[in-house]
Design a binder for this molecule. Structure first.
Ligand code: ADP
Ligand code: MG
Length: 271
């Protein structure tokens, strides 16, 4: 009799645990989405400025086309307006696809276009803070990734880097393939303030932040790096950091390499 009761208890407890696990997973998903939106918030002001510039271009060239009746001037005006429209649409498309709630699905992808899509969103912001962007995308490694999640990680690393370079600086983004290690790597290196050792130990802790509420229009949530680590673990990868006070910081994302699909013809540097 006693045994049956405890079996029943056990079953109830197991059901409860499953339910709680489900809840934790759902909350984790929501947290990821909230952090994603907060990174977009950090860029909102620069993107709005950029849109304003694009609109000024459109308005000015439209005026020019209206005033000048000759075909050459009109053609030129239309071309400028078209180019401005394309640029605006690239940004909105990037924003929309970034903000979309994503599935957990992972698929083999070239890491270069994945990172380039993030750069469309941050380019203006970097210019505004006088940060020179240097890219090294000679390699085109493939990894099995959830592109939305990895883009979120990359964006957070770039926003962190920018916030560490208050007086401007250099941001170097490299993508490498280490065939012998079976690794695909994205590294993000800044020439910012660096992180002292006692803080370096804590930066991956949830809610650890050194940013104050309204600094540069974005309060630190302290969630970016902790979620980055979760995302990398879910990908069977790792995140590494190297930093020196006054010497800048480098974050490296390492993914297991997957074979380059045959359909994609590599350039002369492939391999
Ligand atoms: N590139 C960097 N340079 C200097 N410090 C950094 C850099 N990236 C992260 N940090 C430190 O790690 C902390 C945690 O980062 P993160 O988890 O993204 O949270 P948040 O950006 O909201 O503060 C930051 O507050 C900052 O102190
Ligand atoms: Mg951050």
């Amino acid at each position: 009799m006693k045994a049956t009761v405890s079996e029943f208890d056990e079953r109830q407890a197991a059901a409860r645990i499953a339910e709680l696990e489900q809840q934790v997973q759902s909350l984790h998903q929501q947290l990821l989405q909230a952090q994603k939106m907060s990174s977009v918030g950090a860029l909102a002001s620069s993107i709005t400025h950029e849109f304003n510039n694009i609109l000024m271009t459109v308005i000015n060239y439209a005026k020019m086309g209206v005033r000048h009746k000759d075909a050459a001037t009109r053609d030129k005006s239309f071309e400028k307006i078209l180019a401005a429209g394309h640029r605006a649409s690239k940004i909105t498309t990037g924003m929309l696809s970034y903000a979309r709630q994503q599935s957990d699905r992972r698929e083999p992808m070239d890491l270069v276009p994945l990172v380039e899509d993030v750069l469309v969103l941050v380019e203006k912001d970097l210019q505004r803070y006088r940060i020179r962007l240097i890219t090294d995308f000679d390699h085109h490694p493939f990894a099995a990734v959830n592109s939305g999640q990895v883009q979120q990680v990359v964006l957070n690393l770039i926003v962190n880097a920018r916030q560490a370079m208050e007086q401007g600086g250099n941001l170097k983004i490299s993508i490498r393939q280490h065939t012998e290690l079976n690794q695909a790597e994205i590294s993000i290196q800044d020439s910012g303030c660096g992180i002292p050792p006692e803080k370096l130990r804590r930066i991956f802790e949830p809610f650890f932040t050194t940013k104050t509420a309204d600094q540069q229009g974005q309060g630190g949530t302290g969630l970016g790096l902790s979620l980055a680590r979760d995302v990398m673990e879910a990908h069977g990868g790792r995140i590494r950091v190297e930093s020196a006070v006054g010497g800048g910081t480098t974050f490296t994302l390492k993914f297991p390499l997957v074979p380059t699909p045959v359909k994609v013809i590599g350039n002369s540097k492939a391999g």
